[in-house]
Design a protein around this ligand. Structure first.
Ligand code: G4P
Length: 527
């Protein structure tokens, strides 16, 4: 049934994440956005700049920061009456599988690119993940107040490396010391950088050929900008919302996060173009946010500070219906009804108990070990949301005990940590080793430290000759049987007993893939 209030709540929500290579300016932009939304009052309130820039020996600092990072995992603020749910994507050393999985829980992504560096490695990886749901992407090219590369060159690189068609929406007027601002192609406005030097901060124009620009930025630059604008309007097509929503094109904005410049254009595009909460696919059907009955899925679990209680927080993205305090929800996997009396949300760096939440919102639940990543909650329906996968690890270590008698406890601890998404654990077919796989290197230190603190286990890890992993699948049992026999040295089981190929080199994997065309080598596995 159509419910006007519910529709209104949906239309005034956006759920997005910011992705970038470390140091491109994600923290600075997040901070400015929160300031725009008045969610924080002083810059620097959120997780330390470049959070995660820890030396290995600072692990306990990470643990201390965990208390804070729980609250910065989801940030809510309002901008022009729209409620923004900004999901934090751990970067730097705290980069992990979480970072990938969070991208499956948002409806739009903002990509930050450093104007001097262009497209960097991690951005490519993260954009790959957004393709699972064809998530719409908005791009902000940052640090124009520094010497930058030619804008067209950066756009070419985005098209080539990220496979996204660029649609410039704003265009920079020079860069570095000469940076004068941007021209907003669609609004026909010149936004002037450091406008206190000018008479006013923006110019409303009929077109960029208006001579008024010359008075502000000088005739030479004005001529150059006009030439560039003529060129780009000929090269790049106009913005097309349908293609944007399918993740084919990306609107491009330029600015300086540090100078708080151009971020309003990005926020405006988020409220104008980014989708309000989208449907999610379950194993049985599509679930629409308009539906009255509550559904949601868990995409992240985070250990809490309070080690005595082994308290964990499970982050649930609401897909449909409405959360109301004290409601009974079915935990589908364990087939149990649970009273949710203490769900909370995150505001201005605090955890706040909530009475109501809607699709697109993320709520935190206390988890005493019964909730796993990928779990679905409903009001009775037996469905399971899909598309919140495990990602093939990118780095591997062999873990072993200082005291071999505790092998059972080690296995138990590792299974629990893997259920939280901290690390993946593999048991080779041919021996009793335990191999850890992660996306970010720091996760291994986190595992060792948490085993010590929470399970009283002293373990160490060492390098192992594996550089890639792929889950093995085939419709043909016979093929799998033969494959297992032939390649047992490289095969292992994960904690869900799925078969995985652990390759010592890219060349090895390529050869095996070519020789076994009836086998699928998957980069992701459904939970
Ligand atoms: P990250 O979260 O993506 O890792 O990047 P972060 O915002 O921490 O920014 C990385 C560095 O780049 C910071 O400098 C930050 O001040 C700077 N920065 C971000 N946006 C801009 C910009 O638009 N222009 C310029 N010139 N610099 C920018 P830092 O020296 O590492 O840190 P701090 O000493 O400034 O705190």
């Amino acid at each position: 049934m159509f419910d006007v209030n519910h529709e209104q709540e949906l239309s005034k929500r956006r759920t997005f994440a910011i992705i970038s290579h470390p140091d491109a300016g994600k923290t600075t932009i997040t901070e400015k956005m929160l300031l725009f939304g008045k969610a924080i009052h002083v810059s620097g309130t959120i997780k330390g700049r470049g959070s995660g820039k820890y030396a290995k020996s600072d692990w306990m600092n990470i643990e201390k920061e965990r208390g804070i990072s729980v609250t910065t995992s989801v940030m809510q603020f309002t901008y022009k009456n729209i409620l923004m749910n900004l999901l934090d994507t751990p970067g730097h050393q705290d980069f992990s599988e979480d970072t990938y999985r969070i991208l499956t829980a948002v409806d739009c992504c903002l990509v930050i690119i450093d104007a001097a560096k262009g497209v960097e490695e991690r951005t490519k990886k993260l954009i790959d993940v957004t393709r699972i749901h064809n998530t719409p992407i908005i791009t902000f090219i940052n640090k124009l107040d520094r010497d930058s590369r030619e804008p067209i060159e950066i756009l070419d690189e985005i098209e080539k490396e990220l496979k996204l068609n660029c649609i410039p929406v704003s265009w920079p007027m020079s860069c570095g010391k000469n940076f004068k601002g941007v021209y907003h192609i669609y609004d026909k406005i010149v936004d002037l950088y450091k406008y206190k030097f000018f008479k006013k901060n923006f110019l409303n124009l009929d077109s960029c050929s208006d001579n008024l620009i010359d008075d502000y930025i000088g005739t030479d630059l004005a001529v150059h900008v006009r030439q560039e604008l003529e060129l780009i309007t000929n090269i790049y097509p106009k913005f097309n919302k349908e293609k944007f929503l399918r993740g084919i094109i990306t609107p491009i904005f330029f600015g300086s996060a540090l100078g708080n410049f151009g971020i309003n254009h990005v926020l405006d595009s988020l409220i104008k173009w980014a989708p309000s909460p989208l449907y999610r696919q379950s194993d049985k059907r599509k679930v629409n946010p308009q539906e009255k009955k509550f559904t949601g899925f868990i995409f992240k679990i985070q250990a809490n500070m309070d080690l005595k209680h082994r308290d964990r927080i499970a982050f649930m993205r609401i897909v449909s219906g409405q959360y109301t305090k004290g409601m009974k929800l079915k935990h589908v996997r364990i087939k149990k009804n649970i009273n949710i009396s203490d769900a909370f949300t995150f505001l201005a760096g605090d955890r706040i108990s909530i009475n109501k939440a809607y699709p697109g919102d993320v709520i935190g639940l206390h988890n005493h070990g019964t909730i796993k990543i990928g779990d679905t909650f409903t009001q009775g329906e037996e469905i399971k949301f899909i598309g919140i996968p495990s990602f093939a690890p990118e780095i591997f270590r062999l873990i072993y005990l200082k005291n071999p008698l505790k092998q059972k406890q080690l296995k138990k601890g590792l299974v629990q940590l893997s259920e939280e998404g901290t690390v993946q654990v593999f048991r080779p077919i041919l021996n009793n080793n335990l191999i850890l796989g992660a996306i970010g290197i720091l996760q291994f230190d986190v595992v060792i430290e948490r085993l010590r603190l929470e399970y009283s286990i002293d373990a160490v890890y060492k390098k192992v000759n594996i550089i890639l992993a792929r889950w093995i699948k085939s419709d043909n049992h016979h093929s799998i049987y033969n494959f297992k026999k032939k390649y047992s040295t490289y095969l292992a089981y994960d904690t869900s007993n799925s078969l995985i190929y652990l390759a010592p080199s890219i060349a090895n994997l390529n050869i095996v893939m070519t020789q076994n065309s009836d086998i699928f080598f998957d980069k992701t596995r459904e939970q």
